[in-house]
Design a binder for this molecule. Structure first.
Ligand code: XIL
Length: 386
């Protein structure tokens, strides 16, 4: 006798229950094994960490500092550490000489801690007039300018370090103090009052060391491996030598790594760049400095607009750069300056001359992984063990 409709239905429900329940239990380990590893997961296996810059944006909900919750989830899933893109800078933290505005940085910090992400501090002194708040460029240091400038700078650094203490283990104490065109140091209102740029940078590092003795103190700059960077690299080397000679407490060089592609033929480009880059990193590490990649992204210059070939060249250039730079075991952290093309400063900073949108980061505007993401993953996986 054929089964009744009722029996058929019951059977179907039972089968559905089995297929729903059994595969769930059995599939869990399978799914875990098949799930693509996060960039932080891959990095951690080599003793490295992976992270990104995070902005504070209006519109974030439930304590999430960015407006798009999917972007926040991507960062939390892929990263082991983050850095605030702007919110620790004087321009944001110091609306006036006598006030601090911590709310946005605090929001990023609280979210990071909730997501178990380490936080880097960026930065305590971006030593260029262009990046000072206007009030600081125009500041009247009065009859005793040295004492007034010293008080202003040390109060700033101590206030930030006292507030975040051990919650932040690594700081870019000084950012971009070297002029790329001639390797000399910028002068600012502070350095004019303090008797010169060296004295100013030294004071920043000494103050940071005494306020946060356990923290890694970093000099961060964008000297890179492309042509046109020789004077900048030499200037940074001179600065780092000076720090050592004067006994200034600087632990590591932050290599920003805002890369610029040199054309479609990555092999030929890398062959031209590798020697200078290794000589630079050799000199830095020979002085005993650690290394970090602090702001990785890529300006897709000299590349056709077509996305597949452009993305391929960006990925290959990134891979070659990371392979060389990660071959230095003192390098422990790799941070991108934004994980998605929807959240990159590059489009605003230097749009492509042909008007086509830049693709500077590992994920596209829809948060889909690009070849650059695979290149970073492969380079992290291939890095020598720390
Ligand atoms: C950039 C931010 O991404 C922008 O949003 C801001 O307008 C300017 O600063 N080097 C650094 C970073 O050290 O702080 C800069 O960040 C990018 C270059």
């Amino acid at each position: 006798m054929p089964p009744s409709r009722r029996e058929l239905l019951a059977g179907a429900v039972a089968t559905a229950a089995v297929t729903a329940a059994a595969p769930l239990a059995a599939a869990a380990p399978l799914a875990a094994a098949a799930a693509p590893a996060s960039l932080q997961g891959i990095a951690a296996r080599r003793g490295l960490r992976f992270g990104t810059a995070v902005p504070w944006q209006a519109g974030g909900r439930d304590g999430v500092p960015v407006a798009d919750p999917a972007y926040a989830r991507l960062i939390a899933a892929q990263c082991g550490l983050i850095v605030a893109e702007n919110e620790m800078k004087w321009q944001h933290l110091r609306p006036t000489p006598t006030t601090f505005a911590f709310a946005h940085f605090d929001a990023i910090m609280a979210w990071a801690e909730r997501e178990h992400l380490a936080v880097r501090g960026h930065n305590l002194l971006w030593h260029q007039p262009k990046w000072f708040p206007r009030w600081l460029n125009d500041y009247d240091f009065g009859a005793q300018p040295h004492a007034a400038a010293e008080a202003l700078l040390t109060t700033h650094i101590r206030t930030v370090l006292d507030r975040y203490g051990r919650r932040i283990a690594s700081y870019d104490v000084v950012n971009e103090a070297v002029r790329p065109e001639d390797g000399k140091l910028y002068d600012t209102s502070l350095s004019k009052a303090l008797g010169g740029p060296e004295a100013t940078l030294d004071l920043a590092f000494h103050t940071a060391r005494s306020a946060a003795p356990q923290a890694q103190l970093v000099y961060n700059d964008y000297m890179s491996w492309e042509p046109g960077n020789a004077a900048h690299r030499d200037g940074v080397l001179r600065l780092l030598e000076g720090f050592r000679r004067r006994g200034v407490p600087v632990d590591a060089l932050g290599v920003q790594s805002h890369l610029v592609t040199q054309g479609i033929d990555t092999g030929a480009a890398v062959a031209r760049l590798e020697g200078d880059w290794r000589r630079f990193l050799d000199a830095v590490t020979a002085m005993g400095y650690g290394l970090l990649i602090t702001e990785l992204d890529v300006r897709d210059n000299h590349l056709p607009a077509a996305i597949p070939s452009r993305d391929r060249a960006v990925a290959d250039f990134t891979r070659a750069y990371l392979d060389i730079t990660l071959s230095y075991p003192k390098l422990r952290d790799v941070l991108c300056w934004g994980l998605s093309d929807a959240h990159s400063w590059i489009e605003g900073f230097e749009p492509r001359p042909d008007g086509v949108k830049r693709r500077p980061t590992p994920y596209d505007v829809a948060l889909h992984p690009k070849p650059m993401r695979a290149a970073i993953a492969a380079a992290l996986a291939a890095a020598p063990m720390r």
